[in-house]
Ligand binder design. Structure first.
Ligand code: PLP
Length: 389
């Protein structure tokens, strides 16, 4: 634990390994080659910091990025001036001028979006780039069969664009045994055959693990790049890239029968030692990780040993039972909330959610430290390029 990096004023520390994130992307890119590997960096790169992660991925060789919203589009364009950038939320009413100004390509997901983008292209007198999202069974965003037919029957409409990509999104890719995967893949092929030939993309982090037939021309992983392993079908080539820890404020002795925390939901079954830790739901630790006297909740790891959360997670604090600790626990020590012994998947499970939500919830309260392998930083490359003229 890199405690020396933690300023005295910070209650928690988030360590983000940019080199591991780059290696994860490279491992996925190698797995799917000759298909291209893009990177999904929506929601501030899953909460980890787009301003650091996008440049690191550009440096690793990524040329295609996916964000969700127009605000994210503007930031991504600033950070990756030469990349191809797609907006997954598509075209929000009136957002077209912004996307066009920043050369961000909307993934058009309904007929209304298709027509609005066509009208903007006409008004601007240019053939704007577009991607089309077709629904293959998720029933979230995407053109339906009748929408696809309507678009295909209007060649003038499609001629207003340069269709750079056709995508669809899988509902159950984490489970390789779910027949829905093959059904959606077949539907994707049927629907895109109605449209003019364009590059195709179906798979995100889990979908790309389903094998080459799912790779098409471009894959769009997000979660796996950040070290997430939601795929249930076996080992993936990525590794965790993040640790989160918070300070222990005090160790409290609690007599047998006393309760700990709001509503007195945890009762000491014996004389107990409780670590009071400076992170709570305002830091992004789910309140659903609370425990009661008969129901387990979340856990932390302190000096290598596990401790269960005792009682309610509150806004700024959690309380963990360290009664049985064989190692010393002291005021000022760090409690690991996410790390080598506590994956984001496990943290998600213990709070009734998924690792994705754990990642994107980690709040600004954590002091963030970005680490990189020393020989590989963009600054090094810049220096080297300069030396080589
Ligand atoms: C978020 C998202 C992705 C990335 O999904 P991961 O599971 O994080 O890899 C890909 N495609 C679409 C349409 C998305 O919304």
């Amino acid at each position: 634990m890199i405690i020396q990096n933690l300023p005295a004023s910070a209650t928690g520390l988030l360590t983000i390994d940019l080199s591991q994130i780059a290696r994860n992307w490279q491992a996925l890119a190698a797995l799917v080659a000759p298909a291209e590997c893009g990177a999904v960096v929506k929601a501030n790169a899953y909460g980890l910091g787009a301003d650091r992660i996008i440049p690191a991925l550009v440096f690793a060789g990524c040329r295609t990025f996916f964000i969700a919203t127009p605000d994210e589009a503007i930031e991504a364009r600033r950070l990756a001036p030469d990349a191809t950038i797609f907006a997954l939320d598509g075209l929000m009413p009136g957002a077209g001028e912004t996307l066009a100004a920043y050369s961000v390509i909307p993934v058009l997901s309904s007929l209304a979006e298709v027509y609005e983008w066509r009208d903007l292209a006409k008004a601007r007198g240019e053939k704007l780039a577009a991607a089309l999202h077709i629904d293959s069974g998720l029933n979230r965003l995407g053109l339906s069969l009748s929408d696809v037919r309507a678009v295909a029957d209007e060649p003038k409409c499609l001629n207003a664009f340069d269709v750079r990509l056709v995508i669809s999104h899988l509902a159950s890719a984490d489970d390789p045994l779910d027949p829905k995967n093959e059904q959606q893949r077949a539907a994707f092929d049927t629907l895109r055959a109605l449209l003019p030939k364009a590059r195709a993309s179906l798979a995100a982090s889990d979908g790309l693990m389903l094998g080459a037939p799912y790779h098409y021309d471009l894959v769009r992983p997000g979660y796996a790049i950040y070290g997430g392993q939601a795929f249930k079908g076996g080992a993936t080539p990525v590794r965790p890239a993040l640790t989160a820890a918070a300070r222990i404020l005090q160790i409290r002795k609690v007599a047998e029968g006393e309760t700990v925390g709001y509503a007195g939901r945890w009762k000491a079954p014996r004389k107990s030692k409780i670590a009071i830790i400076a992170a709570g739901y305002a830091d992004g630790l789910s309140r659903a990780a609370s425990s009661t006297w008969d129901e387990l909740g979340g856990a932390v790891r302190i000096n290598g040993e596990f401790a269960l959360i005792a009682g309610r997670v509150s806004m700024d604090l959690i309380t963990a039972d360290v009664t049985d600790f064989k190692v010393s626990v002291e005021r000022g020590d760090l409690a690991e909330i996410i790390g080598p012994g506590l994956s984001i998947e496990e943290v998600g499970q213990r709070s009734g959610t998924i690792g994705y939500e754990v990642l994107t919830s980690l709040s600004r309260r954590f002091h963030r430290v970005y680490v990189e392998d020393e020989t590989q930083t963009p600054e090094d490359k810049h220096l080297k390029d300069k030396q080589n003229g």
